[in-house]
Design a binder for this molecule. Structure first.
Ligand code: TYC
Length: 117
């Protein structure tokens, strides 16, 4: 666990200071502000999943408006793979599972995966 001190160079005005800050007194643990790792959720192209179904997935699971959902779907259709969102690990995992469950329920071969951003 990291511990930090605030050290202040004594200048003429502070040499005899009784102020804790000026004397380098242990204050507290360093605040933990580490950002979480982020993960891209990716859709994979296939020859059978209807375009309309992919657009519906992008709207309902990834909160995309119709225009952006259509752009992402067409990107995946043309390039084979595309990012539909970036999330923390647990959220990305849950989104992938939702997509795979919906694809299975509707008997489409749509595949969804995730990668570290
Ligand atoms: N290639 C599919 C088709 O022509 C459409 C599609 C787009 C499928 C994106 C999956 O992730 C996908 N019907």
């Amino acid at each position: 666990m990291l511990i930090y001190y605030i050290m202040k160079l004594s200048d003429e005005n502070n040499i005899n200071s009784n102020n804790d800050l000026d004397r380098g007194v242990l204050l507290e643990d360093k605040p933990k502000t580490k950002k979480p790792s982020m993960y891209n959720v990716l859709l994979l192209n296939d020859d059978y999943t209807p375009m309309e179904f992919v657009v519906l997935i992008l709207e309902s699971v990834f909160n995309k408006k119709e225009e952006e959902a259509t752009q992402i779907m067409l990107h995946v259709h043309k390039n084979g793979i595309g990012v539909c969102g970036t999330f923390t690990y647990e959220v990305a995992e849950a989104k992938c599972k939702t997509v795979m469950d919906l694809a299975k329920k509707h008997e489409h071969p749509l595949q969804c995966t995730m990668e570290k951003n």
